[in-house]
Design a protein around this ligand. Structure first.
Ligand code: ATP
Ligand code: MG
Length: 564
């Protein structure tokens, strides 16, 4: 369930915003932005950042911008821009007409660089990239000034203008801010602000062959847009002094940056670099593979925006990094789907059952509850007939002591239907059980015995003739270990991939009410879990993704912690 604002505990970001609103710091304004780089699809970590940046603006009656940080033409594509927008809309946020691109500001950013040069605060460096790295020193090891650091303003202006005009090769020159090569903060050791890239940009085409570095663009874009609170993840904390330095030198409007911890989830990776490799190397079937932690993958899997937002609410805002248990995310999904998913019967591994005393031609319509959590969803009719399918797992020829399901001579309830008793077992030449013969008790219609006779097991079922063909894709964790990036020397994170993360069942049977079920609709297959119709689904064959099973390990952990 989503926490309402009044019951949501405060945190250091909310406190800071409240204080700024109280003191009228930004003229009472509150304006945030989410700045994705269009070089991959959004993942659940981005969802956290979006819920914080956009969510807080909504909470405090402010505005929020979507700004694409498209400063690196080499890795960026228009496809990613569209996918990112779709994912954010799906999460439930609407940025109105406030969609911006860092590339909209390229001219302004260039002019500001010229201003910095004129003020003697930037210079064109002609060291090679390797030399620049070497001269920078390292943590605890001072940097050295470049021999080009003291070029005259005129020479710098001329070179920078010619860089823009395309007179040089990539790597020949860069523009650097002139700050402090001895700074304890590596970001302040004369950072590069412009580099030459003879690359076509997805929006500006070939207009530019020099591109601003992210650090040069970021703070100034926030300033241009009048952002009040630049909320971002912790890795930018060390960059804040640099952003402040740029804004101060340029003498322009100054947003307040506040950092929060990134989301890290166990059993998966949350970095576009690694996700891109999974896609490109074919370890998964694309960015929207239901095993991916991407929003498009989770959507295809059947995770709802409500569940993801509730998850982001529950993990809250923290200042220190920690790893979140993926079981909590799954718990939030179950909690949401339990409320809204219609119940249906789906048999994953069918075992044929013939009711030997049931009339050949009779078909009864059994009335079944759609969702016991929500009476307003009413009931549905499920056809019942002489030949049925049940789950192979629900039968054992040699039952253990505590076996309450079907076995030779045992009686169970078929949910919303009848009591049945197994009277015969049919096997093939390999001694595999292929069919059961059972009797049904006509007195037990609806699943209750008038004589008060009790059975311990209740099974789901479908009618053989009426049920529909379905494929079901079962997913397990994508990685075998909690931290996939923790690898032995010489090994790669792909060594930790779970080879059994996908199991495809092709001969499943589902109740006929699912005919024509639209991709994206989510159901609870009773006793099995939640299942979402995949876009691959056709009229001939329904295709489902298992969203989550019903077993909630997180709820168990919570109970244990409460001492139950
Ligand atoms: P990646 O590490 O996946 O490449 P990124 O940070 O480079 O991610 P961006 O497109 O720059 O990707 O992300 C946009 C914003 O999303 C960033 O400003 C960052 O603050 C935030 N973000 C990215 N990953 C996470 C995460 N795991 N948890 C919280 N916020 C994140
Ligand atoms: Mg980034």
């Amino acid at each position: 369930m989503t926490t309402t604002d009044s019951e949501r505990p405060s945190d250091f970001i909310r406190d800071a915003i409240k204080e700024d609103l109280r003191t009228n710091r930004f003229g009472g304004r509150m304006h945030t932005r989410f700045p994705p780089e269009p070089n991959g699809y959004l993942h659940i970590g981005h969802a956290k950042a979006i819920c914080i940046t956009f969510g807080m603006a909504e909470e405090f009656g402010g505005l929020y911008n979507l700004r694409f940080d498209d400063t690196n033409p080499v890795k960026e594509e228009a496809e990613y821009v569209e996918a990112i927008k779709e994912d954010i809309r799906w999460l439930g946020f609407d940025w109105g007409d406030r969609e911006f691109y860092a590339s909209d500001y390229f001219e302004q950013l260039y002019q500001w660089a010229v201003q910095l040069i004129k003020d003697g605060k930037a210079y064109v460096d002609s060291l090679s990239p390797e030399e620049i790295k070497e001269y920078r020193g390292a943590f605890g090891k001072p940097g050295r000034n470049s021999p080009y650091r003291d070029r005259s303003v005129e020479e710098n202006l001329d070179l920078f203008q010619r860089m823009r005009a395309g007179e040089f090769e990539e790597g020949e020159h860069v523009l650097r801010a002139k700050i402090d090569m001895q700074s304890g903060n590596m970001n302040l050791r004369d950072p590069v602000v412009y580099r030459i890239l003879h690359a076509t940009h997805h929006r500006t085409g070939d207009e530019w062959c020099i591109y601003p570095m992210y650090d040069w663009a970021h703070g100034q874009c926030d300033s241009i847009e009048g952002i009040t609170h630049s909320l971002c993840s912790l890795e930018y904390e060390d960059h804040r002094p640099l952003y402040d330095w740029f804004l101060d030198q340029l003498g322009i409007y100054h947003p307040q940056q506040i950092e929060f911890a990134r989301l890290d989830l166990n059993y998966t990776v949350l970095s576009k670099r690694y996700l891109l490799r999974l896609v490109n190397e074919g370890h998964v079937n694309g960015w929207d593979d239901p095993r991916m932690p991407t929003l498009s993958g989770l959507r295809r899997r059947g995770y709802t925006p409500e569940a993801i937002r509730s998850f982001c609410d529950r993990i809250g805002v923290a200042k220190t990094d920690s790893v979140v248990d993926i079981a909590l995310l799954e718990h939030c999904v179950r909690e949401d789907l339990n409320q809204r998913a219609p119940r249906v019967f789906g048999v994953l591994r069918p075992l044929k059952v013939v009711l030997v005393n049931y009339p050949e031609d009779l078909v009864e319509e059994m009335e079944c509850v759609v969702n016991p959590e929500d009476a307003s969803m009413g009931t549905r009719k499920v056809p019942f007939s002489r030949v049925l399918y049940i789950e192979q797992d629900d039968f054992r020829e040699d039952p253990l002591q505590k076996w309450f399901r079907l076995a030779p001579g045992r009686e169970v309830r078929l949910r919303y239907a009848y009591y049945i008793k197994c009277v015969d077992v049919v096997k093939d030449e390999q001694d595999q059980v292929i069919e059961l013969h059972c009797t049904y008790d006509p007195e037990t219609r609806g699943g209750w015995a008038p004589d008060g006779r009790k059975v311990k097991g209740t099974l789901h079922w479908v009618s053989a003739n009426h049920s529909l063909d379905a494929e079901v894709r079962l997913y397990d964790r994508l990685f075998l270990v909690e931290n996939p990036l923790d690898v032995a020397e010489g090994e790669d994170f792909t060594a930790n991939l779970n080879p059994n993360s996908l199991e495809v069942l092709t001969s499943c049977r589902v109740e006929p009410s699912l005919v024509g079920a639209a991709p994206g609709s989510i159901y609870q297959f009773e006793r099995q879990g939640y299942f979402c119709v995949d876009p691959d689904s056709t009229d001939e064959k329904l295709v489902f993704n298992r969203t989550v099973s019903l077993r909630d390990t997180w709820a168990k952990i919570e109970e244990m912690q409460k001492g139950n």
